[in-house]
Design a protein around this ligand. Structure first.
Ligand SMILES: NC(=O)c1ccc[n+]([C@@H]2O[C@H](COP(=O)([O-])OP(=O)(O)OC[C@H]3O[C@@H](n4cnc5c(N)ncnc54)[C@H](O)[C@@H]3O)[C@@H](O)[C@H]2O)c1
Length: 428
């Protein structure tokens, strides 16, 4: 089978490698010329365990190559996979410009018999209402002349290969025969169990529903953490105990939810629900609770007698996940904006980013080895590099209060060194 994967990013490239490792002849298409050159040199550019080896092998054996030339690639393949991100525009609506533009290119080069599968998360109805008409402008009918499929990407960074081969692959089609073809294709090329949900819309919603579940349950943890703080209880101990009965699976509270998935997809559903004349109060409230965590924890700093106005604040961690150099919608941005709004000056350290990169993302870089520390230190990302900190030394260097946004450090160690310690779910 000849396969084009459009979007050779952190998800698309491992997927292309997986197809190649199971007998596919794959072209990874991307607009990023340097990425394409690296792939063609057999060099892995992302930190994704196991993928580099497959890439090098697949490129040297000629079953995988990359190209910036989508029009030239499309007529050569049997299957077209689209895996470019759909993000939000400033009005918090799904920005479909790029995926529609890619779809116009696919339509212009569509060959009867091809299967087009969208894997990028989109609002319910997008594949049928927005993308199918563009594809059919080719003169070919979806479900008759070509197959049209939606099959969400459900993997996680650093676990991509394992998830691709083990997490059930959900598929839906424009009709039963397209769904069936997707079932056969993914069954053969991934090896994971397949869940055929039938329709495009069910497959689109399955991905979104799972993400909204996560956001709402993080919000519940954040809400209960605030209650625990007020009641003088340690929410971590309470959660561990509550979760032992198999009835609840309370998540961990934190200073914010980042990434281009969890904080984005609730808006996809809210937008469509509004159009249908219904409100989704839990989904909407979860977003505001989770985005309000930075402000809530910074307000606790002031309540503990350390004003933010005129003070310096050090944020530890730009990334939205430990050990990963990804910062899309990271809560570091919310912490910065809330601190600045309260009159603070903000500096940031992240071991995975250069000073130049930190500046480019709108922060003043901070050297953790410098002699003086700001009085307020906020941990945003629980990078392993921050695991063993010398808190008595921090105290001597000027730190006064630690906001442990991830409940990463040992409270008695921090407080024992004379520093104040604030964490979600623990009273001050
Ligand atoms: N990153 C995750 O953890 C994750 C997890 C599950 C699902 N997903 C899904 O995967 C999608 C892709 O995520 P990602 O992390 O791979 O994104 P990414 O930003 O790493 O990669 C996207 C790639 O698409 C390329 N691209 C952009 N416009 C293009 C165009 N017009 N033509 C060709 N290529 C183009 C970019 O150059 C980039 O290389 C997400 O939107 C989401 O739906 C992501």
């Amino acid at each position: 089978m000849k396969i084009a994967v459009i979007g050779a990013g952190k998800m698309g490239l491992p997927l292309a490698c997986q197809f190649a490792s199971r007998g596919g002849e794959v072209v990874a298409c991307d607009i990023n010329k340097s990425l394409v050159a690296s792939i063609n040199a057999g060099q892995m550019v992302f930190d994704e365990p196991g993928v580099g080896e497959i890439l090098a092998q697949a490129v040297s054996s000629g079953v995988l190559r990359a190209s910036t030339d989508l029009p030239a690639t499309l007529p050569l393949v049997d299957v077209v996979i689209v895996l470019i991100p759909v993000l939000l525009n400033p009005r918090r609506e799904a920005d479909l410009d790029t995926i529609e533009s890619v779809t116009r290119t696919i339509a212009a080069h569509l060959v009867p018999g091809q299967m087009v599968s969208y894997e990028a998360t989109v609002p319910v109805g997008t594949t049928r209402d927005r993308l199918q008409p563009i594809l059919e402008s080719s003169g070919y009918r979806a479900g008759e002349d070509f197959d049209l499929v939606f099959s969400p990407e459900r993997v996680k960074s650093r676990l991509v290969l394992r998830h691709l081969t083990h997490v059930p692959k959900i598929v839906g089609g424009v009709n039963a025969s397209s769904a069936k073809r997707a079932e056969e294709f993914y069954g053969a090329y991934l090896g994971a169990p397949i869940i055929n949900l039938g329709s495009l819309e069910a497959a689109e919603f399955a991905k979104l529903a799972g993400m909204l579940y996560r956001d709402a349950n993080i919000a519940l943890a954040n809400e209960l953490a605030e209650y625990a703080e007020a009641a003088g209880l340690d929410f971590r101990d309470v959660t561990a105990a509550a979760n032992t009965d198999g009835e609840s699976a309370l998540l961990t509270p934190g200073i914010g939810v980042g990434g281009h998935c969890t904080p984005v997809y609730p808006y996809f559903v809210l937008q469509d629900a509004k159009r249908r004349g219904i409100s989704l109060p839990i989904t909407a409230k979860a977003r505001s609770i989770n985005d309000g965590q930075a402000a809530r924890l910074l307000d606790r700093v002031s309540r503990n007698g350390i004003p933010l106005d005129g003070n310096d604040v050090l944020i530890l961690g730009l990334g939205f996940r430990p050990g990963v150099k990804e910062h899309a919608l990271s809560s570091a941005f919310l912490i910065r904006d809330e601190a600045v709004q309260r009159g603070a000056r903000v500096v940031l350290h992240d071991p995975l980013y250069t000073r130049g990169e930190i500046e480019a993302h709108g922060f003043t870089p901070f050297d953790l080895e410098s002699s003086a520390l700001p009085p307020v230190v906020v941990l945003n990302t629980a990078h392993a590099e921050y695991a063993h900190m010398n808190f008595p030394c921090w105290r001597k260097r000027g730190a006064k209060i630690i906001v442990d946004g991830r409940r990463f450090w040992d409270v008695s160690q921090v407080r024992g060194s004379g520093l104040q310690y604030i964490a979600p779910g623990l009273s001050s």
